[in-house]
Design a binder for this molecule. Structure first.
Ligand SMILES: C[S@@+](CC[C@H](N)C(=O)[O-])C[C@H]1O[C@@H](n2cnc3c(N)ncnc32)[C@H](O)[C@@H]1O
Length: 366
């Protein structure tokens, strides 16, 4: 796979904010309960939907933009849609593109014996390393590094390439949600200096500019890119992930008085720990935002508090510490997780927001 930058590793070619990224991405502690039981299944559902939009192909070509250590590949391979295709004999041809040579090095080592997998060092703003992909993957909000204009241009290039494919192509666009409760002090801004202070690393996390999107803003960006690329889309869907449990709920860095929901939910799943359920109550004062955002949080917050209150009553009735920590609290974690899956509408109210755009079948009805 040709590198866009044959010069090899160079700090000038790594995005700001990623000092400590290798430590974080290779730390087993990164896969906490919220990540395993809540975030990965949510991402898997989105990728399953995206893959499900493609026709049955003997070989599915994937370009993972901002692949990092290639977590997106593992997720994709674990989707029901891929398992079914694989069982029917389909192959996966995967190219991971990333700006950070240190993360790519980890990815290359992990996939050294996998002939269907290759990696390219490069910047998505400078073009694509391959032009014939069927699925453009992204996970872990790589597109938030780009300004809104850069994202529109990058998607224009992707959709131009997609237009020339003889069948529908799916493009997954993963960004930070604009209206996450993790950063209420930043809701009025679209692009702001973001610190990955939750990295599991000894190094200090520097800040880097990131763009956050509402669902409407992201879908509009995708549609403008499609128009510029002269590419017809059959649908653009979006999904929120980690509505109350993003990693910045544990740092409290951008919202005053925010409960450390992620830590609390992680603790709920641990049968040796008893959580004070009062701490899970949601009652945050929210700043100005579009009406649909406030409506969402009013309904979601009430449903969340309802589950917490129901669990509090069940704990009083049980009155047995082992039953409470070992059964009732894990059950509450599971119900809160399902609440998010059922309520999310792709508004940009979670830590991350993912859009899936599907190009129209060139051979289909106009
Ligand atoms: C938070 S990481 C996510 C990595 C991986 N996709 C995952 O799910 O774990 C975001 C990645 O985007 C990459 N990235 C940022 N800007 C980029 C650009 N302009 N072109 C290519 N990759 C970029 C970063 O180097 C980083 O590896």
């Amino acid at each position: 796979m040709p590198d866009q930058d044959p010069g090899g590793p160079s700090p000038a070619h790594t995005p700001a904010g990623y000092d400590g990224a290798v430590d974080h991405y290779t730390s087993p502690a990164r896969r906490d309960a919220v990540k395993r039981l809540w975030e990965e299944p949510a991402s898997r559902r989105v990728l399953d939907h995206a893959l499900g939009q493609l026709p049955e192909l003997p070989s599915v070509r994937v370009l993972d933009v901002g692949c990092g250590t290639a977590d997106g590949l593992a997720l994709l391979r674990s989707t029901p849609a891929w398992r079914r295709r694989h069982a029917a004999g389909a192959e996966l041809r995967y190219v991971g593109l990333d700006l950070d040579e240190r993360l790519l090095q980890v990815a290359r080592e992990r996939h050294a014996n996998d002939g269907a997998v290759s990696f390219a060092h490069g910047d998505v703003r400078a073009g694509l390393p391959v032009e014939d992909s069927d699925l453009y993957l992204s996970s872990g909000v790589p597109y938030s590094h780009l300004t809104p204009q850069e994202l529109e241009l990058a998607l224009t290039g992707i959709l131009r390439a997609a237009r020339s494919r003889p069948h529908p192509v799916a493009v997954v666009v993963d960004v930070l949600g604009r209206y996450s409760i993790e950063w209420t002090t930043r809701w009025s801004q679209r692009r702001w200096d973001y610190r990955m202070s939750f990295f599991r690393s000894d190094r200090d996390a520097p800040s880097t500019a990131m763009t956050c999107y509402s669902g409407e803003e992201l879908r509009a960006t995708v549609r403008r890119a499609a128009e510029r690329a002269d590419c017809l889309l059959s649908r653009v869907d979006s999904a929120d992930r980690s509505v109350f449990v993003g990693r910045h709920t544990s740092t409290g860095e951008y919202t005053q008085g925010l409960a450390p929901y992620r830590e609390l939910v992680n603790a709920l799943t641990d049968p040796s720990v008893r959580v004070d359920l009062d701490r899970l109550h949601f009652g945050l004062e929210l700043p100005d935002a579009p009406e649909e955002i406030h409506e969402f949080f009013a309904a979601f917050g009430a449903a969340w508090n309802g589950l917490v209150e129901q669990a509090t009553r069940a704990e009083s009735a049980a009155d047995d510490p082992d039953v409470i920590a070992g059964e009732l609290q894990p059950q509450l974690a599971d119900r809160l997780c399902r609440l998010e899956a059922d309520h999310q509408r792709g508004l940009g109210v979670g830590h991350s927001l993912t859009a899936v755009a599907v190009t129209r079948d060139p051979a289909g009805p106009a």
